[in-house]
Design a protein around this ligand. Structure first.
Ligand code: SF4
Length: 883
C-alpha cells in the first residue's frame, strides 16, 4: 500500500492509503475527541464527535469513517467543528441521568471527560433522561441503560472481538438500546460474561458488579492473568492495597487486546475471600499452631534433611505448580535436584497430559514451541480435536471464531455438541477415544486423492513410505463403525483439508484420553503429510490449561527432564547441569505425581513438599489420595488458599498469588511474560520464590538469591531457551533450538519421522457400566476449581454443573430434565441433576468438572497418562440410576 500526503491543521502528514482521517491525525499526535471509536473495533461513525472539516469542500464529516485522500486539507479544530461537537455533547448530557456522584465509572467516564474538555457543563439543555430499570440480577455485570449513549461499542466488541452475538440494538431512535435477544436478561441469553463490553463501555451503562461501591481505583497495574494458558494481559485496579477490579490491558501486541473471559475478568475476587492463608503454621500433637517464618522454615528444612538422611533421597518428593512462576519453578526443582538429591519433582501440568505433549517435543526436537494465536486467523483451515476452547481457554476461541467469521473453514472432531460445533463447517461427531482411527482414515482418504505435500515430505521427513503402506491397509468400513462417522462426513472434511496447510488445535480430549499417544502420533503424521508443520498460520496449537504449564515444564519441574527440556537420561545434559550447579545430579528417573501417590501408599515415600497444588481435589480417587498422603511422615503445603490438602499438612506456608508478586509466566504460544506485584500478599504471606529462597538456604545452599533479578539472570544464563527473559513488564519468546531441518532457516538438519499407524484399538465396554462419561470444563471454573469455587461471583451464579444426557438415553432411563441421578463407576459414585441435551451422543454423558468439590474425580481411576494400557483420565465407564 502506498503512502499519501494530506494536510491536517495546516501540517503536512503522511499515512498509508486507506487510513481514516482520525487514524492519520492520531498517528501524528493530533487529538480528536471520540466516544464510539476503539482501535480494536471497526469504525462506526455513531457518536459524530470526531467531526472534522474539509477546508476545500467545506464538508463536515466523521473522521473515523472517512478515508484520508491525497492533498486533502482538514481542520480538526475549526470553530464550526467545535460548535457541532459541543452541541452533540449537550444533547447526550441532556439525555443522561444525573447520577455521576454514585456512578461506578466515576472519574473514568469518557462522556464526562469529553464534556469537560469541550467546556460543556453538566446541564445546558432541558434534561430529558430516558430511564431504564437497573439490571443487576447476574453477579457479574450491572446494566444501567439509562446511561447508554448508543455508541455501539458493546455490540461491536461482542460481535467482532468475542464473536458471541449476545447483544444487538433493539428498537429505533430515542428508545433504541443494546439488548439481548427479545430483551431477555443477560443470564438468560447466550452472553458468556467475558466482560469485554463492560471494559469498553465509555459510560456507566455497563459496570462490573461489586458487593460494595468501588469507584475509580487509586492505581492500575498491568499483570498477566493467573488462570489459563492463554496468558491474557490484565489491568489490575487497586485501592488501599487491595485489588478491586480487573480489566483487559487494552494493549496492542498482547494476546488478548481488549478481551478477557469470565474467569479473568470476574473470578479474581477469590483472592479477597477469608479463605486466604496468611501466617505459617505447624501441626503439633494434632493442634495447628501459628509460628514465625523462621520457625516454620527451620522445622521444614530439618525434617526434610532428617528423612532424606535416614531413608534416602528417593523417600522425598516435591510437587510443584503449573500456576507458579518460572522463577519459582526453577528454584523449586533446583532444591529437589541439588539439595535433596532427588528427581522426584513434578507439577500439576502432568494431569493435563504433559506426557502426550512430550511426543510432539521429541518428534520435532522442540521445534513447535512457538505458535502465536493470532496466526490462527491466517490458517487455510482449522481442525479442532479434543478441545472445547470456548470453555477451557475462551480467549483462544475468539481467534478461532474470528477466523471462521472471515471465511476460514473449521472442522471439529468432538463426541458432543459445543459452541464451536455450531459454527463448524464440518462436525465429526466421533465416539469417545476413536480419534486415532478417525485421523488415520482422513489421512488415508487424502492419500487416495494424492493430496499430500511431496516436496515437504521429501525434504523434512522420513518413514513416509511405511506410513503410506500402513494407511493403505486400513479398513475404512471398520473405521466408520468404530468412530461412528460415515464416509460421506469424512469425505466432506477431506475436501476441506485437501491441498491446505492445516492449523491443528489439540486439547485435553486427546492429551488425557486412553489413546492419547496414538492420537497425537496420528495428528503429527497428518501435519507432516500435508506440510502443515512449521508454517505460519498452520501447525500445532497445543491447548494448555494452566497459566504456566509450559514454563513449569521448561524450568525442569518434571521428573524426567532437566531445565530447558533436556532429557534427564542424556549424559551430556546431566554433565552440563552438574557443571553449572557444581554438584552431582541423581541419574534416577524421578516419580511423577501419580507415582508419588502410589509410593506414598506403599510407604516408600516419606516426605512430600507441595507448592500451589491441591491433589485432594485435583487428582482422581481423592479418598485414596488422602489415605496415601496421611501415611506420609511429613507433608508440607505451600499455597495461597486453605484447601482440602492444607488441612492434612504438617506444615502450611502461605504463598502469594500472581497479583501479589513479581515473576514470569510462559503461555501456550511460547510467549514469556514478566509482571510485577500490584498489591502486597495478605498478612504474613510471602511470594513463593522468597519462601523457597529461605528454605534452600536452610537446606544448605550457601547463599540466598535475595532478589528475583538474580534468580532470573541465572535462568537467562543457564537455559538458552529463556535467553531473552527480561525484567518486569517485558515480553520475550522461547528460543527455538531444534536440530530438525524443518526449523532451520536453511532447511538443513535432522528429518522428522512419521509415527507408527495404529489401525485397531481395543474397544472398551462393560455391561454393568454401559455409558461413557466424558469429563470437561465449563468456562466459569478452571481445572479442579480450587480457586474459582472461592469466587463469590462464580458461586452466586448458581451453576449446578448438571450432567448432560441425550434425550434418547433419558427416555430409556425414564428420567427428566432436573432429575437427580446417581452416576456409578467401578470406583465410586456421585449424585447430580441432569439436563437433556440433543447434542450429546446416545451412550455418552458429559460431566462438568470442578463442581461439588470436583466430585467427578471419585469416578475416575488414578493412572499414569500416556503409558500403554492406561485408560486415561478423560473418559470412564459408568451407569446411571435415578435417585
Ligand atoms: Fe485468563 Fe485464560 Fe480467561 Fe485469558 S482466557 S482471561 S488467561 S482465564
Amino acid at each position: 500500500m502506498k503512502n499519501i500526503i494530506l494536510t491536517i491543521n495546516g501540517k503536512n502528514v503522511s499515512c498509508l492509503a486507506g487510513t481514516s482521517i482520525l487514524e492519520a491525525a492520531v498517528s501524528h499526535g493530533i487529538k480528536i475527541p471520540t466516544l464510539c471509536y476503539h482501535h480494536d473495533l471497526e469504525p462506526f461513525g455513531g457518536c459524530r464527535l470526531c467531526l472534522v472539516e474539509d477546508e476545500k469542500s467545506g464538508r463536515v464529516m466523521a473522521s473515523c469513517v472517512t478515508p484520508a485522500v491525497p492533498n486533502m486539507s482538514i481542520r480538526t479544530d475549526s470553530p464550526r467543528v467545535e460548535r457541532h461537537r459541543r452541541n452533540i455533547i449537550r444533547l447526550m448530557m441532556a439525555e443522561h441521568p444525573e447520577s455521576c456522584l454514585m456512578c461506578s465509572k466515576g472519574n473514568r467516564c469518557q462522556l464526562r471527560e469529553t464534556a469537560a474538555q469541550l467546556g460543556v457543563g453538566l446541564q445546558e439543555l432541558y434534561p430529558m433522561p430516558h430511564y431504564k430499570p437497573l439490571e443487576q440480577a447476574n453477579p457479574f455485570i450491572i446494566r444501567d441503560l439509562s446511561k447508554c449513549i448508543l455508541c455501539g461499542k458493546c455490540i461491536r466488541a461482542d460481535h467482532e472481538l468475542a464473536v458471541v452475538g449476545a447483544i444487538e440494538f433493539n428498537l429505533r431512535g430515542f428508545r433504541s438500546r443494546p439488548t439481548a435477544v427479545h430483551d431477555y436478561p443477560l443470564e438468560h441469553s447466550n452472553c458468556t460474561f467475558c466482560g469485554t463490553c463492560v471494559s469498553i463501555c465509555p459510560t456507566g451503562a455497563l459496570a462490573v458488579k461489586n458487593t460494595k461501591y468501588v469507584g475509580t481505583p487509586q492505581r492500575e497495574f498491568l499483570s498477566i492473568c493467573g488462570f489459563c494458558g492463554v496468558g491474557c494481559t490484565v489491568s489490575i485496579g487497586v485501592t488501599d492495597e487491595r485489588m478491586v477490579e480487573v480489566n483487559p490491558g487494552h494493549l496492542e501486541r498482547t494476546v488478548n487486546g481488549s478481551t478477557l473471559c469470565v474467569r479473568g475478568h470476574f473470578a479474581n475476587d477469590f483472592l479477597n475471600t477469608g479463605n486466604r492463608l496468611t501466617i505459617p503454621s505447624l501441626r503439633k500433637n494434632g493442634q495447628v499452631i501459628s509460628v514465625s517464618w523462621d520457625e516454620a522454615i527451620e522445622f521444614t528444612a530439618n525434617r526434610l534433611t532428617e528423612i532424606k538422611t535416614k531413608e534416602g533421597p528417593q523417600s522425598v518428593a516435591l510437587l510443584g505448580s503449573s500456576k507458579c512462576t518460572n522463577e519459582e519453578n526453577y528454584l523449586f526443582q533446583k532444591i529437589a535436584r541439588v539439595l535433596l538429591k532427588t528427581n522426584n519433582v513434578d507439577n500439576g501440568g502432568y494431569l493435563s497430559g504433559r506426557s502426550v505433549m512430550t511426543l510432539v517435543n521429541e518428534k520435532t526436537g522442540g521445534g513447535c514451541r512457538i505458535n502465536q494465536l493470532e496466526s490462527l486467523e491466517k490458517a487455510h483451515v482449522i481442525f479442532v480435536l479434543g478441545a472445547d476452547p470456548t470453555q477451557s481457554v475462551p480467549v483462544m476461541s475468539y481467534f478461532i471464531k474470528r477466523a471462521v467469521r472471515n471465511g476460514i473453514p473449521l472442522i471439529v472432531a468432538d463426541p458432543r455438541k459445543t459452541e464451536l460445533t455450531n459454527v463448524a463447517t464440518v462436525w465429526l461427531r466421533l465416539l469417545p477415544s476413536s480419534d486415532p482411527q478417525l485421523i488415520n482414515a482422513l489421512a488415508a482418504l487424502l492419500l487416495k486423492k494424492n493430496a499430500y505435500n511431496s516436496s515437504f515430505i521429501d525434504r523434512f521427513t522420513e518413514g513416509f513410505s511405511e506410513y503410506r503402506d500402513s494407511l493403505f491397509f486400513l479398513d475404512l468400513e471398520e473405521i466408520c463403525r468404530v468412530t461412528g462417522i460415515n464416509v460421506g462426513s469424512m469425505d466432506h472434511a477431506v475436501n476441506l483439508l485437501k491441498g491446505k496447510e492445516i492449523a491443528f488445535v489439540v486439547g485435553h480430549g486427546i492429551f488425557q484420553q486412553r489413546y492419547g499417544m496414538e492420537s497425537m502420533g496420528a495428528v503429527l503424521n497428518l501435519s507432516l503429510m500435508t506440510g502443515s508443520l512449521g508454517r505460519g498460520g498452520a501447525g500445532l496449537y497445543l491447548v494448555t490449561r494452566e497459566n504456566n504449564e509450559v514454563g513449569a515444564w521448561d524450568m525442569g519441574t518434571v521428573p524426567d527432564m532437566l531445565p530447558g527440556r533436556q532429557p534427564l537420561n542424556s549424559a551430556s545434559a546431566q554433565r552440563q547441569w552438574e557443571h553449572l550447579w557444581q554438584t552431582r545430579i541423581s541419574p534416577d528417573r524421578g516419580l511423577n505425581i501419580v507415582r508419588m501417590i502410589e509410593e506414598a501408599e506403599k510407604g516408600n515415600l516419606k516426605a512430600l513438599y507441595i507448592m500451589g497444588e491441591n491433589p485432594l481435589r485435583s487428582l482422581p480417587q481423592p479418598e485414596r489420595v488422602k489415605r496415601a498422603l496421611e501415611r506420609l511422615e511429613f507433608l508440607v503445603v505451600q499455597d495461597i488458599l486453605d484447601t482440602e490438602t492444607t488441612r492434612i499438612a504438617h506444615v502450611v506456608l502461605p504463598g502469594a498469588a500472581f497479583s501479589e508478586k513479581s515473576g514470569s509466566f510462559t503461555n501456550m504460544e511460547g510467549r514469556i511474560q514478566t509482571f510485577r506485584s500490584a498489591v502486597p500478599p495478605p498478612g504474613d504471606a510471602r511470594p513463593d520464590w522468597e519462601i523457597l529462597d529461605m528454605l534452600s538456604n536452610k537446606l544448605g545452599y550457601p547463599r540466598r538469591y535475595g532478589s528475583l533479578e538474580k534468580l532470573r539472570s541465572e535462568i537467562c544464563q543457564f537455559i538458552p531457551l529463556y535467553g531473552d527473559l527480561k525484567g518486569d513488564g517485558d515480553v520475550a519468546w522461547i528460543k527455538e533450538t531444534s536440530q530438525k531441518g524443518l526449523f532451520h532457516p536453511d532447511g538443513k538438519g535432522d528429518l522428522i519421522p512419521f509415527s507408527p499407524v495404529v489401525s485397531k484399538a481395543e474397544e472398551v465396554s462393560d455391561k454393568e457400566y454401559p455409558f461413557t462419561a466424558i469429563s470437561g470444563s465449563l468456562r466459569y471454573h478452571l481445572g479442579s476449581g480450587t480457586r474459582t469455587s472461592h469466587s463469590d461471583r462464580i458461586r452466586d451464579f448458581t451453576l449446578r454443573g448438571e450432567i448432560e444426557i441425550s434425550p434418547e438415553d433419558a427416555e430409556k432411563l425414564s428420567v427428566h430434565d432436573g432429575d437427580l441421578v446417581r452416576v456409578l463407576s467401578r470406583l465410586g459414585s456421585i449424585e447430580r441433576e441432569i439436563t437433556l441435551v440433543k447434542g450429546v451422543k446416545p451412550g455418552t454423558i458429559f460431566i462438568p468438572v470442578a463442581f461439588n468439590g470436583n466430585d467427578v474425580m471419585r469416578l475416575i481411576g488414578l493412572v499414569s497418562l500416556g503409558e500403554p494400557g492406561s485408560p486415561g483420565l478423560k473418559h470412564c465407564l459408568v451407569n446411571l440410576e435415578r435417585v
